[in-house]
Design a protein around this ligand. Structure first.
Ligand SMILES: *Cc1c(COP(=O)(O)O)cnc(C)c1O
Length: 397
């Protein structure tokens, strides 16, 4: 008998009696079945197997299982971005004629999906203030199929009346989806409060290193999850194995990073509040935050790693602040292991225009900080120096 030719396609993976403790990465796009009978067994659910990476792959399934355990739900689906997860919910679960109600301070692209993409498909949308349960209830229509909210808003860090909204959604048979990106399962488990669907941008705090773009969506009802899975596979919202592998590695330190970042955020908020160049500090853990009591009840005192603040002096002061702190990345993201700084007026909220921004309290001097795990004293002095530089530039301007 002729020897089998040795090729990368026929060469088995080297055996090891001891297993690796680092997670393997499986980049294969396609999987070879043993026979048509074996393929039948796979398609009929008698055997578990992968066929084609767009439909699913081991690194995505591992990551989904880990995040699902954090949110204490069965199943769960990893997608190629947080927005892919939002799309799987907003487009995968609705049809023409439905109405979707969203919080009025959702993530910018989620707002865009509500205002531009859903109406194009015949799905009407509206927005309401989720900190005001009555205003929110008034925006529900007989066609409302789904509600999408975030527990803590960006960038003013207002806290939604999630319990009241969950109650009204349940009473009226409306699906409630909660984007838990900002809050994370360390502070909030939306399923425990009655959410039907939970969304994450895994890109942010979960993966935590600004090197992987991913999302996750879970649902209490398996049929809803399967509907979203079919939509995601058909549209190709699939994640890359490498990104999933990176995120799994990041997730191993999530608790540790988040605990430290949260402690740093509390100290930074305190220091900012005591700085004469700071007009106001927005941090749910501060007694002067408008939703402080609700944040305590909803988040159990887990105030999170986000702090916003405002300085005087307009754009010149804002430029000077950013330039004076080169060690803090001026980047419109959140949840990185290191502290990042964003300026909503020139980034996430630029499309709103000055009047709509003013209504939200977002001036040229408004900054949002995603606090990382650095030495807190170094962080506090960097911000102190930057705010001093901004005050000087503001006086010159
Ligand atoms: C970043 C973000 C998203 C979108 O996630 P991507 O991974 O960037 O696509 C959705 N919701 C919230 C709250 C976010 O912060």
């Amino acid at each position: 008998m002729a020897e089998r030719p040795l090729t990368p396609r026929s060469l088995p993976w080297p055996e090891s009696a001891a297993r690796p403790i680092g997670a393997p990465i499986q980049p294969s796009v396609v999987y070879a079945a043993e026979s048509p009978d074996a393929l039948d067994a796979q398609y009929e659910g008698r055997a578990h197997g992968y066929t084609y990476a767009r439909e699913g792959h081991p690194n995505a399934d591992r990551l989904a299982a880990l995040i699902s355990a954090m949110e204490r739900v069965e199943g769960g689906l990893v997608t190629g971005s947080g927005m892919a997860a939002v799309a799987a919910v907003l487009m995968g679960l609705t049809r023409a004629g439905d109405h979707v109600l969203g919080g009025d301070q959702l993530y910018g692209r989620s707002l865009r999906m509500m205002s531009e993409e859903l109406p194009r498909l015949g799905i009407s949308t509206s927005l309401a203030d989720p900190t005001d349960a009555e205003a929110f209830a008034a925006a529900i229509t007989p066609q409302t199929r789904l509600i999408l909210i975030e527990a803590v808003s960006n960038p003013t860090l207002r806290v939604a009346d999630l319990e009241a909204i969950a109650r009204m959604a349940r009473e009226r048979g409306i699906l409630l989806a909660v984007d838990n990106t900002f809050t994370t399962p360390r502070a909030l488990r939306p399923f425990d409060l009655g959410a039907d669907i939970v969304i994450h941008s895994v890109t942010k705090l979960m993966a935590g290193h600004s090197d992987a773009t991913l999302g996750w969506v879970g649902a209490r009802d398996a049929a809803l999850l399967e509907r979203m899975r079919a939509f995601a596979v058909t549209l190709g919202l699939t994640p890359s194995p490498f990104d999933c592998w990176l995120a799994e590695r990041g997730l191993m330190t999530f608790e540790l990073r988040h605990e430290r970042a949260e402690a740093n955020a509390a100290r930074l908020a305190e220091a900012l509040a005591g700085h004469p160049g700071v007009r106001r500090v927005l941090y749910p853990g501060r007694a002067d935050h408008p939703d402080h009591a609700r944040a305590r009840a909803l988040l159990g005192g887990r105030w999170g790693n986000m702090v916003s603040f405002e300085i005087a002096g307009g754009r010149a002061a804002a430029n000077a602040l950013v330039r004076a702190a080169p060690e803090i990345a001026f980047a419109p993201t959140l949840g990185d292991v290191a502290t990042t700084l964003s300026h909503p007026a020139s980034s996430s909220h630029r499309a709103l225009g000055p009047e709509a921004r003013a209504a939200l309290g977002i001036s040229e001097g408004f900054f949002r900080v995603s606090v990382g795990v650095e030495d807190p004293q170094a962080l506090i002095s960097a911000f102190g120096r930057a705010i001093d530089a901004a005050a000087e530039a503001g006086e010159r301007a």
